[in-house]
Design a protein around this ligand. Structure first.
Ligand SMILES: Nc1ncnc2c1ncn2[C@@H]1O[C@H](COP(=O)(O)OP(=O)(O)OP(=O)(O)O)[C@@H](O)[C@H]1O
Length: 460
């Protein structure tokens, strides 16, 4: 390596940590280099622990914060220049100066008195570096401007993320989320939504679990079951308040779960759906049916899942008696035009980050107009039209869902959305289409948690 001469302060880059420019002071009194870090949290399995921390690379700009993570290689007692000793995590990373790079060890400290962002110890100042202690910045200048430009996102490394899957179930979808995330070097923790508890306050919103405050996650993947929607969305709202990226937001989950609300959202966005009506009073039965059209009609319980509360009434009389029966049970329901030409088939489109990543056609068991797989239906890959693709994408967007299963019927007048599911199962569709849908979910998470360029403040 070509010899470099360092003054008492130099610009350096720590590319593995996503820090393209930082000023470092030479500290030959110390063996190991030190980085001023905040919110230092250990995560991952005890056999391969990692550390997540924030760095304010620009002195005086606490608003600019880069989140870093790195494997821990050691924990050491370090005595700082003021004589105080402290246990610090040690990470291994790469330093880059003047086109050269070499490995260094760095301890993390959040000592309030540490005025420099970084100190370079003897171990980092290898034999190819001469020190000229009375001079300053002998190496090429870098610029804090990088933190204000979009190139920051491109140069940021793929770091290990700490991700929570909010789920109560140990099923195929949850297991895949853990497996695929870990294979990409992330740490994925499954959190039982109903065991989370929260203190709701203005200044320090937190989520607690099993007696401890939950750490800062880089992302939360909600997999909220229908039976716990209100509590589950309250937990997600808390994460949103903290500022954690949630793949599906609480508002979209709530609106898409409520069949009436969901139909109103779809209608407002002019997204095709079967003509639908609902009422609460028994006096309106025949008017209600007239709003939808003529028999055959579909009558659906609002809380139906897996096609259980979905009835096809072939005649007006049959529709009336089903409606009366539901009313007698004080059940909430809606009445819908029967899309006959769909012929017991529907199309499930899986939308991830605004794109249809897989679609399958589900065909009901013989003689059943319902195509739910749980009712013995079968699935196979299907090519969808541009109109169907656009409809699915718009339906997911209407609820701002990062992951959505959009169910469509093929009708004579174009695709009609039946339902937008915010916790779509991955098993049926991954098996039917052989597509790596969960991988796409992580592509999106990795892109979303990359640092955002900071807005420039006057005079900086
Ligand atoms: N208006 C309709 N016209 C024709 N077929 C319909 C209609 N509504 C529902 N179906 C059929 O019945 C099935 C079940 O309907 P839907 O998905 O609305 O019920 P669900 O109980 O909410 O099911 P899920 O578990 O998917 O939420 C659909 O997959 C579709 O095949």
């Amino acid at each position: 390596m070509e010899k470099l001469t360092f003054g008492w302060e130099e610009w350096v880059a720590l590319p593995d940590l996503g820090l393209p420019a930082i000023k470092a002071k030479v500290d030959t009194g110390a063996r190991t280099s030190a980085l001023h870090a905040h919110d230092i949290e250990v995560f991952g399995p005890a056999s391969k622990p990692k550390v997540r921390f924030n760095v304010h690379p620009i002195s005086g700009r606490e608003d600019i914060s880069i989140t870093c993570s790195a494997p821990i290689i050691d924990r050491r007692e370090v005595t700082s220049s003021n004589g105080e000793s402290e246990h610090r995590f040690v990470i291994a990373t790469t330093i880059e100066v003047n086109g050269q790079n070499w490995p260094i060890d760095v301890t993390l400290t959040n000592r309030a008195g540490m005025t420099s962002r970084m100190l370079l110890g003897r171990q980092a100042l290898t034999e190819h570096i001469n020190i000229s202690a009375t001079e300053r910045r002998l190496q090429p200048d870098l610029n804090y401007d990088v933190y204000h430009t979009a190139s920051l996102r491109h140069t940021a490394p793929q770091r290990a993320l700490r991700i929570a899957v909010l789920s109560r179930e140990d099923n195929y979808s949850t297991r895949r989320l853990v497996e695929v995330g870990e294979a990409r070097g992330h740490v994925v923790e499954v959190i039982d939504t109903t065991r989370c508890y929260m203190a709701i306050n203005q200044l320090a919103p937190e989520v607690h679990y099993d007696g401890k405050r939950l750490p800062r996650y880089d992302a939360v993947i909600p997999r909220i079951g229908a039976s716990i929607t209100p509590y589950g969305t309250a937990v997600i709202r808390q994460f949103e308040t903290i500022g954690t990226y949630c793949v599906n937001g609480s508002a979209g989950i709530t609106a898409s779960r409520d069949k009436l609300h969901a139909h109103q959202v779809l209608a407002a966005k002019k997204i095709g759906m079967p003509t639908t009506a609902f009422a609460a009073s028994p006096k309106d039965t025949s008017n209600l049916m007239a709003l939808v059209g003529t028999a055959p009609l579909i009558v659906k319980l609002l809380e139906s899942t897996q096609g259980k509360g979905v009835v096809l009434a072939e005649t007006k009389k049959a529709a009336e008696s089903v409606i009366d029966a539901f009313r007698g049970l004080r059940a909430n329901f809606l009445v819908q035009d029967f899309v006959k030409e769909a012929a017991g088939e529907d199309i499930r489109c899986l939308v991830v980050a605004g794109k249809v990543v897989a679609s399958m056609k589900r065909t009901g068991a013989d003689g059943d107009f319902r195509s739910n797989l749980h009712r013995g239906g079968s699935a196979k890959v299907v090519r969808i039209s541009k109109e169907e693709r656009d409809t699915a994408v718009r339906a997911a967007r209407a609820f701002s869902l990062g992951i959505a299963g959009v169910d469509l019927l093929r009708s004579e007048t174009g695709p009609k959305v039946l339902e937008v599911n915010s916790s779509p199962g991955f098993e049926g569709i991954e098996k039917a289409t052989s597509k790596d849908i969960v991988g796409k979910v992580y592509d999106e998470i990795e892109a979303r948690v990359k640092p955002q360029p900071a807005r420039r403040r006057k005079g900086v």
